[in-house]
Ligand binder design. Structure first.
Ligand SMILES: NC(=O)c1ccc[n+]([C@@H]2O[C@H](COP(=O)([O-])OP(=O)(O)OC[C@H]3O[C@@H](n4cnc5c(N)ncnc54)[C@H](O)[C@@H]3O)[C@@H](O)[C@H]2O)c1
Ligand SMILES: [Zn+2]
Length: 345
């Protein structure tokens, strides 16, 4: 077991890697805690938290909305939650985002913690204190910055994850290595099979290293003024591909990272050999390197992206494996780059 800490503006978050979910009672008292989960996680693991009051939410991005939060407030009210109460989200990124938002807004903020049950939630969604819901087709438009008190990562829970969900999370692990940790990238190249087979030593190391990168960046820039933008590597194109090509998030980020890596190469920032290494690792992990795309739809989706500043987008490019830089790119320049990229894809 290893742990890390994020010091937020108001609260600190303790992240424990390698703690089994069975230890939850020593982090939050069943008499004072409401658990938020979804039906799949409850049917698989509900017996491990049956001593708690439970609210179940629906599955999928369509449940990440204000109606769901309102349903949770109803339960908080009928169960008489007060300022001494605690909320725990047990599930994937959707459960964590919704639970964190409901807890952060009820009674002006109840303390909360997470047991992330997907790889994506363990290395990304549960870490960093962003929570929220989608609104009128815009992802994560409504939300708060608020740190959970704890995050417990039990890699045993990942054994039941469908392969596609595992790979979705793995794309974010590769992203973390690419922006800040060259040795982790080499480790992933060497031990890919063990990691994907959830070998306990390998997955625990990769989850811990990946969280360390995000936690370090978030501690330096909790509210995304600078450094935290690096975590968006592959995501400007990725979000657009997710909307226009119907890919899963990690799959879209994978193709988005390839586009961003090639753009970095085209600008003379990244060596061609590094682009090849990136493509090889993604391919070996069975993640897509490209996607069918309609340029106008992508530009429109990129324009809607929250990271847009005037006519420029803060784009994250690579200067090498393990080194990212935020570069303002004009929308017009992006159009040209996409024409170029298409010729090379
Ligand atoms: N807050 C942040 O900083 C942040 C960062 C990244 C992503 N996110 C959000 O995370 C969400 C995606 O999260 P996700 O990929 O975990 O998706 P998800 O929460 O939808 O989970 C994926 C599926 O796996 C199931 N599942 C969960 N744990 C399981 C387990 N152990 N075994 C079997 N099935 C299991 C779920 O029921 C669900 O059907 C998106 O809404 C995204 O916006 C948030
Ligand atoms: Zn992501």
């Amino acid at each position: 077991m290893k742990h890390l800490e994020i010091k937020g503006r108001s609260d600190a978050c303790r992240i424990e890697v390698g703690v089994p979910i069975g230890r939850l009672e020593s982090y939050c008292d069943p008499d004072r805690t409401m658990i938020i989960t979804d039906g799949t996680v409850r049917s698989l693991y509900g017996s491990l938290f049956r001593t708690y009051e439970i609210v179940e939410i629906g599955i999928g991005e369509g449940s990440k909305m204000l109606d769901t939060v309102e349903g949770i407030y109803e339960r908080f009210l009928s169960c008489g939650l007060d300022r001494s109460s605690f909320v725990a989200g047990v599930g994937g990124g959707i459960v964590c985002d919704v639970a964190g938002f409901a807890a952060s807004t009820y009674l002006r903020g109840l303390p909360f913690g997470f047991v992330p049950t997907t790889l994506l939630a363990q290395v990304d969604a549960a870490i960093g204190g962003k929570n929220g819901v989608n609104y009128r087709g815009y992802k994560n438009l409504i939300g708060t910055f608020n740190q959970p008190r704890f995050v417990l990562c039990d890699h045993g829970l990942l054994a039941t994850l469908p392969d596609r969900e595992l790979r979705n999370g793995f794309a974010e692990v590769i992203k973390h290595a690419l922006i800040a940790d060259a040795p982790l990238f080499s480790y992933l190249e060497d031990r890919l099979e063990d990691v994907l087979a959830l070998d306990p030593g390998a997955i625990e190391k990769v989850v811990y290293d990946s969280i360390s990168i995000k936690a370090g960046i978030v501690s330096a820039d909790e509210t995304e003024k600078g450094e935290r933008r690096k975590l968006n590597f592959g995501h400007t194109f990725g979000h657009a591909l997710e909307l226009s090509a119907g890919l899963g998030h990690g799959e879209a980020v994978s193709a988005g990272m390839v586009m961003a890596a090639r753009l970095s190469e085209a600008r003379g920032m990244l060596a061609g050999d590094d682009v090849e290494r990136i493509e090889r690792l993604l391919e070996n992990a069975d993640l897509p390197l490209s996607a069918e795309m309609d340029k106008d739809l992508i530009i429109e989706a990129v324009g809607k992206d929250k990271k847009r500043a005037g006519e420029e987008i803060n784009f994250v490019l690579l200067e090498g494996i393990g080194a990212a830089r935020v570069v303002p790119v004009k929308i017009g320049e992006l159009r040209e780059a996409m024409d170029d990229l298409r010729q090379h894809c």
